[in-house]
Design a binder for this molecule. Structure first.
Ligand code: CDM
Ligand code: ATP
Length: 308
């Protein structure tokens, strides 16, 4: 399975609900940074575990944060599907990781979405899409989007998805940090900074930009209510954002709960040579900060979890 990362074009965060989650208006956009998740029937083995996991691909600092036990979101997805359907024979799951870990790009959620679809097929469950989406939502607020991909608006705690039209492809660059940020910590810092958060709303300027306003309008409309909280926890991110902005990015923001920073370079009806020139400038500027572990270009939007 191939499954994409996400960047949030708008992340509007409301007050904390009684269940501990925040009400969101979350505009997801899937980008061409993919994990590949392979699920195979396991050969007979001593342990009676439903899942055994391996991971490779990302840098050591990222891989060190990927749990290889039953707490991995891909393993939790397989376990939930087995519990819900009564199906399930042991599987080996390999994750070829390209999505940053604890980076605000929903990498674990993507793996969970891929494992759900793969196990559903392998075990012959044949669950309807609605049921897969419901199981995905139980695994985490971002998991359902891993199934859907493209551009979509999530309400509730982010799991209730409606597709949004996106006018063509946009070019992005992502600055990965060596550090991770815990999503729960960033929401906690948000509560401290914004005890009076209003109900979240979809931004009309973003809707207009997506309805055909072009890359410059999209760049101006990007917004993330969690950004001040992520910057408060990792102040050096402000320098990363500023480096990309000064080098000509059309928009710059922290992706989700961070610390990955996203830079919009162009797309839509813009001249590709101009976009390529802008990309070279932004990539060079980000590298020269010495703050980014990796600087990775990608396109969006792209489809969700796909069988290879
Ligand atoms: C920041 C985003 O990535 C934006 O897309 C998501 O809202 C987070 O989605 P996720 O990583 O799938 O998060 P979950 O696994 O559902 O929740 C992790 C933790 O984040 C906080 N959380 C998450 C989603 C939400 N709407 N409100 C929250 O307060 C809660 O403290 C929760 O315990
Ligand atoms: N398959 C997985 N890949 C990465 N991390 C995983 C996975 N399964 C569990 N985790 C745990 O989840 C934590 C968050 O990882 P993830 O990469 O999903 O963060 P994120 O991209 O910031 O999430 P989000 O953007 O959805 O808030 C990791 O620190 C790790 O402990």
């Amino acid at each position: 399975m191939r499954v994409p990362a996400k960047v949030n074009l708008q992340l509007a965060v409301g007050p904390r609900r009684e269940d501990g989650f925040h009400a969101l208006v979350n505009v997801f956009h899937a980008v061409s940074l993919f994990d590949e998740v392979t699920v195979k029937a396991a050969p007979p083995r001593q342990s009676r575990a439903l899942t055994e996991l391996t991971a490779a691909g990302q840098s050591e600092s990222h891989l060190a944060r990927v749990p290889l036990d039953g707490s991995n979101l891909a393993a939790r997805a397989a376990t939930l599907l087995a519990e819900e359907t009564g199906a399930g024979s042991p599987v080996d799951i390999h994750i070829d990781k390209r999505i940053p870990v604890a980076g605000g790009m929903a990498g674990g959620s993507a793996d969970a979405a891929a494992a759900l679809v793969a196990c559903d097929r392998l075990w012959g469950c044949g669950l309807p899409r609605e049921r897969l989406l419901e199981l995905a939502a139980r695994l985490g607020s971002d998991v359902a989007f891993g199934l859907v991909g493209d551009t979509a608006v999530g309400t509730g705690r982010g799991e209730l998805l409606e597709p949004l039209a996106s006018p063509g492809r946009f070019r992005w660059v992502f600055a990965l940090s060596t550090r991770g940020l815990s999503t729960a910590d960033v929401f906690g810092e948000y509560d401290r900074l914004r005890p009076d958060a209003p109900e979240p709303r979809l931004d009309a300027a973003l809707e207009k930009a997506l309805a055909g306003g072009g890359a410059r309008a999209l760049g101006r409309a990007l917004s993330n209510d969690l950004q001040p909280a992520a910057l408060s926890l990792l102040p050096e991110l402000e320098r990363t954002l500023e480096a990309g902005r000064s080098a000509g990015a059309l928009g710059a923001l922290v992706s989700g709960s961070g610390p990955t920073c996203a830079f919009l370079l162009g797309g839509g009806d813009e001249d590709p040579d101009e976009v390529a020139e802008r990309e070279a400038g932004v990539v060079a500027a980000l590298r020269s900060t010495g703050l980014c572990e990796q600087v990775v270009p990608a396109d969006g939007d792209v489809p969700g979890s796909t069988v290879l």
